[in-house]
Every structure is written in structure tokens, then in C-alpha cells.
Design a binder for this molecule. Structure first.
Ligand SMILES: Nc1nc2c(c(=O)[nH]1)N[C@H]1C(S)=C(S)[C@@H](COP(=O)(O)OP(=O)(O)OC[C@H]3O[C@@H](n4cnc5c(=O)[nH]c(N)nc54)[C@H](O)[C@@H]3O)O[C@H]1N2
Ligand SMILES: Nc1nc2c(c(=O)[nH]1)N[C@H]1C(S)=C(S)[C@@H](COP(=O)(O)OP(=O)(O)OC[C@H]3O[C@@H](n4cnc5c(=O)[nH]c(N)nc54)[C@H](O)[C@@H]3O)O[C@H]1N2
Ligand code: SF4
Ligand SMILES: [Mo]
Length: 727
């Protein structure tokens, strides 16, 4: 009898006719994998492969990277600029000059009539760092609006805020190599195998070499939780309580690192007094983790020679997001786990270049981690750009989540959206729709013309995407990597860099304006000069070095042979006194919680095949076919009580709106919780509340309450569910 392979067709890898491979970096998540795009004889992108010599991914890619070349020609790409007088009219095609003149004219009109800050700009974490720097120069040095922010407020703002509060500056201090040294890994609200598959693969490689405990804190039994030694199914939004209690046990049992605390931190007494109140017995009642487990985890962590914490959106997207990050930093400071191999607080970043915008976009300050609030920083940048320092505001303006409500109240009249799609990604989209309809002028700059926000725009600017352009991204471990332009921009689309520099030319009004370099590399050279001698030092980098070394981690000082894997290894922090702060974090429960009317926690997140609002992955058959429809994870016991069957449609209702989803029964979620991936339009964010974190202004996407009803008309429900998967 024949078995196995001999009875089946052997796997054959099709010859795609690649004649040239070009180096670049993946444009989806922040893992930062080095990719080569294969071009055929006609210069068409026909394949992608991982780069074996790259430290990050060592030849591997996840499913999104493997099909990334398909996105250049995917449907819905913008071809030419589009304009109209009112959003009720059809668009007409325009040339670039006409469209840019129109935008510049409207910015001028709105600023003239209502003041400079009445025109707002919201950008992204998905364009090149040089483009961020150039947009920052345009927004801060030319247009001069203070209401300029990025979608990173939906994503990384709590990590930024927490790092600043604890260490005096943003900047993740660790790296992936820490997995090779750690003796205990604690992960909060991160589903690493699906959202950062290659970082997860690095962790698995480390675990194959050497066993160490992995503890996952997540209310769901995620793929990550399934492989963990300990899974702590926490009550949503209460991570700060668990972290305070871990610190309580460590201090009480004398497991802390007294010498480190003494030498490198301030605020010890206040911190100790606060965590004194968080004994495991009381904490267990709030966070839902039993007292023995809390003690066990505290001891495991503190007794490990080196221990590290990673986290993602389960922490950041909470009303206690910034506090959650500070609490993680507190834990690592009292155990001496910062800046040492295997000992760190490593925030796992989201978008491919969320770090680039934090570093260089000027969205919350000035380039190179400088602050509008500091006179010296304002003067330095004004001198470098050759403009009057008085043109800069003296404090930061509104965050993204405050800009949209300010449209509602009439403070903001015009908006420029660059590479972000709030009609699907912001909480409470019924409210966002009304907000966008209220604008006198909306310009959408996106690689896809079928992005939902474009329904509300007056001008659409088609942008080149990913490796149609050149520049750099910074990944989760501060590694700056190069994206080469491997193919020319689709149709008449232009790089965001070109759009910003062309726009700047339209503001010559007699005032001295900053010069704009002609190429992204010119902008990179400016960034290098502005970073010299600072923690965020790029001065030793060049495009050539980045490609040669497959990415370089900052700081990389002038003439250095390579970058630096960790920050704060010398125990010197960025606060004025050189110390890190231990900050007491009293917990106030302020979330919308389940009640009799809305009895389920509503949790949302992602699946491996899709990226965000699906403008890209929804068009690629090889990705979309695995996850084509909005579905909901629901506990079978809860479903039985409500008479809801696997594979049927239900209506979810919250105090904001409703949505229809397909039911998937699974023990992954507890009885009182449902989980829905947020990728689909007119679905998850019709329901979410998104209360804001007081420090970071980040929305609590992960916590609100819903009720569930079986859809009476299953056919009509199926039709409505279909509408959510446009494209
Ligand atoms: N495939 C894919 N990968 C991506 C993305 C994508 O869209 N698709 N997006 C990228 C971006 S921008 C980001 S920000 C990251 C996000 O990466 P992750 O944060 O890992 O992904 P999420 O699914 O949003 O949420 C992670 C987990 O938080 C848990 N959670 C919910 N509430 C709580 C809580 O109160 N406490 C704790 N401890 N956990 C909680 C959820 O159950 C969920 O499993 O992924 C990046 N990678
Ligand atoms: N309920 C719920 N909501 C969430 C989340 C959640 O977990 N739950 N997560 C939040 C998080 S962490 C994030 S990061 C946000 C993401 O939210 P968004 O930023 O709104 O989502 P994207 O779909 O990534 O939007 C990026 C847009 O940029 C376009 N684009 C891509 N590359 C380029 C380019 O090079 N140039 C230009 N001009 N355009 C380009 C894409 O076509 C797309 O329309 O969603 C947030 N919303
Ligand atoms: S893990 Fe992230 S960076 Fe790597 S291939 Fe997948 S999406 Fe791209
Ligand atoms: Mo994100």
C-alpha cells in the first residue's frame, strides 16, 4: 500500500519568473521584517520572500508579508486626484496642480476666517519616517495649526505617555534578543502569535533553546494564552490592580532589588504606601485573579535572574492605559529589570511605523522627541528650519480623539486625513459620521479611493503605497530599516513625501518658510543632524548601512559601527535628576460595565489575516478567504441560555448602536464576554464607547457593554452582515 506523499501530489513551488529581488521592509505590523520583492522581466512585482540575513525575521514572513506584492495592483487603488464642491455631488477627476491648489486655498480660507487652529491634520503610523518629518515641518512650520495629531492616539499613546512618566522619555528600552536571556516572561493584553507572528516565532525559538515560564494576562484564551505556562484571565480593565498587587507581594516579602531602587529611582516612599493597600486578598476581588496565583506570579517574577514584560492593546486601550504602562515600569524598576539582557519593559508597537511618527512627526511636539513646551526645543528647531520661533505654539494642541469632538462643537472646520480611516477605526462611528458631515472641508489622502472616509471628502489625493516609495520605518525594538522603491507608484498616485513638499510651495506668503529637501534621503540627513548626541541618535546611520545591516537600532552615534540593543543600561534616565520615577497608581473603576440591560463585556481586536480596516487585506484573495466575514466569539454556555446556535446571526446592541455578526461558539471567551475582530466596516465601532485615558487620550476600545439577540430573520441578517464586508 502506498502512504503519504507517494499517493499525493508533491508540493511544488510555482516558478514566478523572478529575474530580480529588491530589498525592503514589511509595511503591515511593527515587527519590522526584512522582505525582498521579486520582479519579473516586465518589472512586475510577482513574489515576496523573507531575508535570511535579517536579524528580525531570519528568512521568515507571516501570511501578510508573503502576499504583500499583491497589494500594488489590488482593487480600489486611487488613480488620479478627485474633487467636488459638496459631498452630495459626484467626484470629478483633477490634475495634481488643481487638487493641491484647492486644498491650499481651503486651508487658507478656513484659517483666515476662523483662526489657524480651525484647520486640523490627522495622520498615521503607516507612512515613511521622512514623510512624517516633512508633514511635521509643513504642519508646524508652514501651515501652523496646533491641532495636528496621528492615529497613534488610538494605538500607542498610552505606551508613550507611560514611558514619559516613568523614564522621562518615550522609547521602548528592550529588544527581541531579550527573549534569549530572560528567565520569566509576563505578557499583558497581547495576542503575539496572531498580531506579531514573527516576534512570537523569535520567542518560540528562545523557548526551544531554554525553558522559562511564560505568563499571559488576557481575559480571552488567545493562541498565546494556550501556549503559556500560566494564563491569568483578568477582569477587563483591571490590570493596574493586579500589577499593584504584584508589587505589594514583592515589597512585603523583601524580593525587591533595594540597591537598584536606591541608586536609580525616586518616589519610593509614596509608591510603597500606595501598593500597601493592594494586598492579594482585596486585589483578587477586583481583578478576578485568585490570591495564590498573584503571590505565585510575584515570586516567580522577582526571583528570576532577569524578567521581562511585554504588552500591547489590552493595556494601552483602556481608561487606565497610561497607568497600566507605568505600573509595568514600576514592577520592572523595583526588581531591577530595566536595560539588562532579558530584563525590560517592552511595549510591542502596532503599526509598521508607529515608532517613526512618535520620533519625528512633530504631532505631539517637535522632531526628535522635542517638546513644544520647552523654549530651548522651540528655538533649536526654529533655528534649524530657519523660521521665527514665535510661530510655534507653546503647548501641544488637541489629540485625535479631541479633534473629532471639536468638529462637532464647531471649533474645527477643516480636516486633512492622511492614511487613516476613522469611519471604521474610531469608537462610536455613528457619531464620527455626523462629525465628518459637519466639516466645511475634508481632504482624504489615501492609497485607496474606496476607503470609507472618502465618502465624506471634498478632495481625494491618491497616495503611493509601501514599496512604491523610499524611506525608513522604526520597529518595536527601535530598529530603523529601509524601504526601497521597488516599483513605480500606481497610475497617477504620488508619494506622500511629494504631496507634502508640493503643498508647502503653495504657502509662500512673504513669511520666511523652512526649506524642503527634494528627496526622502535629504529629509533623513536633516533628521540625522537633529538627533546628534541625543538619546534618539540617528547620526551614524545611512541608507546604505541600513540595507547592509538589515536595520540598525537607535541610538547609533556618528561613526558607530552599529546601533544599540537596549536603553538605560547605565541606569541613567531622562528625567532631570537622571532617575526613573516610581509612581503610585490609585485605581478608580470608571468603565462601562455589563449590567441587566447590557449583560456582556464587549471585547474587540484582530485576526492574523487582516490588517485594520481591510483597505489592503480585504482585497487580497489569499488573505480575505480565511476570514471573509464579521464574526463573534461567544461562550457556548451563554449561547445555550439565550437559545443561540453556532453559525447563526445575532444582533448586538450597545448604548451607541447595533451590529449584526455570525456566531462562533468557543470556550476562548468567558460566559460574560464576547469578542469581535474590528476589521469590518459598520460593525464593531458602531458599538464601542471609547472612554478616554486621562493622560494619553487613548480610547478604551476593549471595554464596553452589549446585549445579544438572535436575529429573527436570518436571511436579512446575512444580508446586513455582508454589507460590513464591502470590497
Ligand atoms: N494580523 C494583524 N496584525 C496586527 C494588526 C492587525 O490589524 N492585524 N495591527 C497591528 C496594530 S496597529 C496593533 S496596535 C497590534 C495589536 O496587537 P494586540 O494588542 O496583540 O491585538 P488585539 O487583538 O487588539 O488585542 C490583544 C488582546 O487584548 C486583550 N484584552 C482585552 N481587554 C483586556 C484587558 O482588560 N486586559 C488585558 N490584559 N488584556 C485585554 C484581548 O482579549 C486581546 O486578545 O497588532 C498589530 N499587528
Ligand atoms: N474596536 C476597535 N477599534 C480599534 C482598535 C481595536 O483594537 N478595537 N484598534 C485601534 C488601533 S490600535 C489602530 S492602530 C487603529 C487603526 O486604524 P486606521 O489607521 O484607521 O486603520 P487602517 O486601515 O490601517 O488605515 C490606514 C489607511 O492608510 C492607507 N494607507 C496605507 N499605506 C498608505 C500610504 O503609504 N500612504 C497613504 N496616504 N495611505 C496609506 C490605507 O489604505 C488605510 O486606509 O484602529 C483602532 N481601532
Ligand atoms: S510579522 Fe508583521 S512585519 Fe513580519 S511579515 Fe508579518 S505583518 Fe510583516
Ligand atoms: Mo495599533
Amino acid at each position: 500500500m502506498l502512504f503519504g506523499r507517494r499517493t499525493k501530489n508533491p508540493i511544488r513551488i510555482a516558478d514566478k519568473g523572478v529575474t530580480e529581488w529588491k530589498y525592503t521592509t514589511c509595511g503591515y505590523c511593527s515587527t519590522g521584517c526584512s522582505i525582498e520583492v521579486g520582479l519579473d522581466n516586465d518589472g512586475r512585482a510577482v513574489a515576496t520572500r523573507g531575508v535570511a540575513g535579517a536579524d528580525v525575521n531570519r528568512g521568515k514572513l507571516c501570511i501578510k508579508g508573503i502576499f504583500e506584492h499583491e497589494l500594488f495592483e489590488s482593487s480600489g487603488r486611487g488613480t488620479v486626484p478627485l474633487v467636488r464642491d459638496s459631498r452630495l455631488q459626484d467626484f470629478s477627476e483633477s490634475d495634481w496642480d488643481g487638487a493641491l491648489d484647492r486644498v491650499a486655498g481651503e486651508i487658507g480660507r478656513i484659517q483666515g476666517a476662523y483662526g489657524r487652529d480651525a484647520f486640523a491634520i490627522i495622520s498615521t503610523g503607516q507612512i515613511m519616517t521622512e514623510e512624517f518629518y516633512t508633514l511635521g515641518k509643513l504642519a508646524r512650520g508652514v501651515i501652523g495649526t496646533n491641532n495636528y495629531d496621528g492615529n497613534t492616539t488610538l494605538c500607542m499613546a498610552s505606551a508613550v505617555s507611560g514611558y514619559k512618566r516613568s523614564f522621562g522619555s518615550d522609547g521602548p528600552p528592550g529588544c527581541y534578543e531579550d527573549f534569549d536571556h530572560t528567565e520569566c516572561l509576563l505578557a499583558f493584553g497581547s495576542n503575539l502569535p496572531e498580531q506579531h507572528p514573527i516576534i512570537f516565532w523569535r520567542l518560540k525559538m528562545a523557548l526551544e533553546q531554554r525553558k522559562f515560564p511564560v505568563i499571559v494576562v488576557d481575559p480571552r484564551v488567545t493562541m498565546f494564552a494556550q501556549m503559556a505556562d500560566l494564563h491569568l484571565a483578568i477582569t477587563p480593565g483591571t490590570d493596574v490592580v493586579l500589577l499593584n498587587s504584584l508589587a505589594h507581594v514583592i515589597l512585603k516579602e523583601g524580593l525587591h532589588d533595594e540597591a537598584y531602587i536606591e541608586a536609580h529611582t525616586s518616589g519610593h516612599a509614596g509608591f510603597r504606601a500606595l501598593v500597601e493597600q493592594y494586598d492579594p486578598v482585596s486585589a483578587a476581588k477586583i481583578c478576578g485573579i485568585d490570591e495564590d496565583t498573584i503571590r505565585n506570579v510575584a515570586r516567580l517574577y522577582a526571583k528570576a535572574g532577569a524578567a521581562m514584560t511585554i504588552w500591547t492593546m489590552g493595556i494601552n486601550q483602556s481608561t487606565h492605559g497610561s497607568d497600566g504602562v507605568v505600573a509595568i515600569n514600576n514592577l520592572n524598576l523595583i526588581t531591577g529589570n530595566i536595560g539588562k539582557p532579558g530584563g525590560t519593559s517592552l511595549s510591542i508597537t502596532g503599526q509598521c511605523n508607529a515608532m517613526g511618527t512618535r520620533e519625528w512627526s512633530s504631532a505631539s511636539g517637535l522632531p526628535g522627541y522635542r517638546y513644544l513646551e520647552y523654549e530651548q526645543d522651540r528655538n533649536d528647531i526654529a533655528a534649524f528650519w530657519g523660521i521665527d520661533a514665535e510661530f510655534f505654539p507653546k503647548k501641544r494642541g488637541m489629540a485625535m480623539t479631541d479633534i473629532l469632538p471639536a468638529i462637532e462643537t464647531g471649533q474645527i472646520k477643516g480636516l486633512w486625513l492622511v492614511a487613516t480611516n476613522p469611519m471604521t477605526s474610531m469608537p462610536n462611528t455613528p457619531r464620527i459620521r455626523k462629525t465628518l458631515e459637519k466639516l466645511e472641508f475634508l481632504v482624504v489622502q489615501d492609497a485607496y479611493r474606496d476607503v470609507e472616509t472618502n465618502e465624506y471628502s471634498h478632495v481625494y489625493l491618491p497616495a503611493a503605497v509601501w514599496a512604491e516609495k523610499q524611506g525608513v520605518f522604526t520597529n518595536t525594538e527601535r530598529r530603523v530599516n529601509l524601504i526601497n522603491s521597488v516599483i513605480r507608484p500606481h497610475a497617477e498616485s504620488k508619494s506622500d513625501f511629494w504631496i507634502f513638499t508640493e503643498m508647502a510651495k503653495r504657502f509662500a506668503d512673504g513669511r520666511k518658510l523652512p526649506p524642503f529637501p527634494a528627496t526622502p534621503e535629504g529629509a533623513f540627513e536633516e533628521m540625522k543632524q537633529l538627533s546628534k548626541g541625543r538619546m534618539l541618535d540617528y547620526s551614524g546611520m545611512s541608507y546604505q548601512l541600513l540595507e547592509q545591516q538589515r536595520g540598525v537600532q537607535w541610538p547609533c552615534a556618528e561613526a558607530a559601527a552599529t546601533g544599540t540593543p537596549r536603553l538605560y543600561s547605565d541606569g541613567k534616565f531622562q528625567h532631570g535628576d537622571g532617575r526613573a520615577k516610581l509612581i503610585p497608581l490609585p485605581f478608580v473603576d470608571n468603565n462601562e460595565r455589563p449590567d441587566d440591560d447590557y449583560p456582556f463585556w464587549f471585547n474587540s481586536g484582530r485576526v492574523v489575516e487582516h490588517f485594520h480596516t481591510r483597505t489592503r487585506t480585504g482585497k487580497l484573495g489569499n488573505l480575505n478567504k480565511f476570514s471573509p466575514t464579521p464574526y463573534m466569539e461567544m461562550n457556548p454556555d451563554a449561547a445555550r441560555e439565550l437559545g443561540i446556535a453556532h453559525g447563526s446571526y445575532v444582533r448586538l446592541t450597545s448604548r451607541r448602536g447595533d451590529a449584526v455578526v455570525l456566531v462562533q461558539l468557543t470556550q476562548r471567551v468567558p460566559r460574560d464576554m464576547v469578542f469581535v475582530p474590528f476589521h469590518f466596516h459598520e460593525c464593531v465601532n458602531r458599538l464601542t464607547l471609547g472612554l478616554l485615558d486621562p493622560y494619553s487620550r487613548q480610547p478604551a476600545f476593549k471595554q464596553c457593554a452589549v446585549r445579544i439577540e438572535a436575529a429573527a430573520d436570518q436571511h436579512a441578517a446575512a444580508q446586513r452582515n455582508k454589507a460590513a464586508r464591502t470590497f
